[in-house]
Structure formats: structure tokens, C-alpha cells
Design a protein. Structure first.
Length: 139
């Protein structure tokens, strides 16, 4: 597989505003304020811990109509690892060839202005692949 670089760790929360406040009180720096991603049906915020690790907080726009509902029903928490890649489709295909199941085909992530896709590995780990370059308006 082509080179991958950790982009962020995804963390599902019930209330994104309260969670951002908590992470900031614990020393995290807010990089992207909570914003809706209507394509995914979620709010997202991005924080950095100790100038090293980025954490993406994710919460549903409407509970019961979101891809993170199942994780929330189990209490939320760690959801996925996200890697920057040159080609999202190729990364998903490589994962499929190793037994992974694509759970979200390439789509535009409004907040990050990048193409993303998700796969669930045989181990159960969900991995997001994010284009290493921004895409304007989903083109």
C-alpha cells in the first residue's frame, strides 16, 4: 500500500460543544470549530493535543439519522483512525483485497474540503482515508 500518514483519531461524542470545552480545559488546541457536514450527517470539530495528535470530535446532526448512531448507542468514544493518502479509492481497494469492507465509498467532506472514504478491517477497526490535498467544492 502507498504511504499513509496519520491525520487524526476520530472520537464520537453526544454533545460536541461540551466535548470541545472539555478537551480545551485539558490542554487541547481547537483547530477547526464545530461545524456541520450535511453530506455525512454529523458535526465535526478538530483539536490538537500537545502539538502532536489531532482528535476529530464527531456528533450527529440528528440522532437516529447519523452514521455514528451505533457508536453512540454503545456510549461513544474511540471510533476510527484517519490517514492521509494520495488516492482514497486505491487505499479502499487495497484494504478490500486484505478482507476489509468498504463502509463509505469516496465522498466529499465539507469541513475538511477533502475526499474521504471508510473501511472496516477484519479486526473490526474502522479506518478513514482522507485525500492529502484539498478539493474545491467537491470537484
Amino acid at each position: 500500500m502507498a504511504e499513509m500518514k496519520l491525520a487524526h483519531i476520530g472520537y464520537v461524542v453526544r454533545n460536541i460543544e461540551r466535548s470541545v470545552e472539555r478537551f480545551e480545559k485539558e490542554g487541547a488546541t481547537l483547530l477547526i470549530a464545530a461545524a456541520p457536514d450535511p453530506v455525512q450527517g454529523v458535526y465535526v470539530a478538530l483539536l490538537r493535543i500537545e502539538d502532536e495528535v489531532d482528535i476529530e470530535l464527531v456528533s450527529p446532526i440528528v440522532v437516529g439519522e447519523s452514521p455514528v448512531d451505533s457508536r453512540l448507542s454503545r456510549g461513544g468514544g474511540l471510533d476510527h483512525l484517519c490517514y492521509f493518502v494520495a488516492d482514497v479509492q486505491s487505499a479502499l481497494e487495497a484494504e478490500q483485497s486484505n478482507g476489509g469492507i468498504v463502509v463509505c465509498h469516496p465522498t466529499f467532506a465539507c469541513v475538511f474540503e477533502r475526499e474521504i472514504g471508510f473501511v472496516q478491517r477484519r479486526s473490526g477497526l474502522v479506518v478513514e482515508f482522507m485525500s492529502d490535498v484539498k478539493v474545491l467544492n467537491g470537484d
